[in-house]
Design a protein around this ligand. Structure first.
Ligand SMILES: [Zn+2]
Length: 138
């Protein structure tokens, strides 16, 4: 399944739509994208964060109930679902984001793979688990 997202109102439209069904914006030049059917689980020894759409994670963002370590920034990193893959982008966090012990550059997307380890600062370690959502059709 693919769809076109209206840049004005974010409505999902049919992949061959030329006008947004909600706000009538011309979407004839928008590229259709694949439906995201992934679930990302970030597993810590004491908790698991489950995401199925783009979220900013951090001390004052998604996961704030668990991401309380003082070395984590308020808006630490962003998780991005795009074309059937999951990416992480560090949002200029104070103590950095690491994939498998390599610090990633801020403001740049890095693809996450099954069994990667993410660290938010040097202190909070999360194991990456990527699952396909159960399809609705049989
Ligand atoms: Zn629209």
């Amino acid at each position: 399944m693919s769809y076109k997202i209206c840049p004005v109102c974010q409505t999902k439209n049919e992949p061959n739509a030329v006008i947004c069904s909600n706000c009538m914006t011309d979407i004839s030049t928008i590229e259709p994208q694949e439906e995201n059917n992934l679930i990302l689980k970030l597993m810590h020894d004491n908790f698991t964060l489950s995401l199925d759409k783009d979220e900013t994670i951090g001390r004052k963002a998604f996961g704030s109930k668990y991401l309380t370590n003082e070395h984590i920034s308020r808006n630490h990193a962003k998780i991005i679902f795009e074309n059937g893959s999951v990416y992480i982008e560090d949002l200029n966090s104070t103590n950095g984001t690491f994939i498998n012990d390599s610090q990633i550059k801020p403001k740049k997307k890095y693809k996450l793979r099954e069994a990667d380890t993410i660290k938010l600062s040097s202190y909070v370690k999360l194991k990456v688990n990527i699952q396909r959502a159960t399809p609705n059709e049989r």
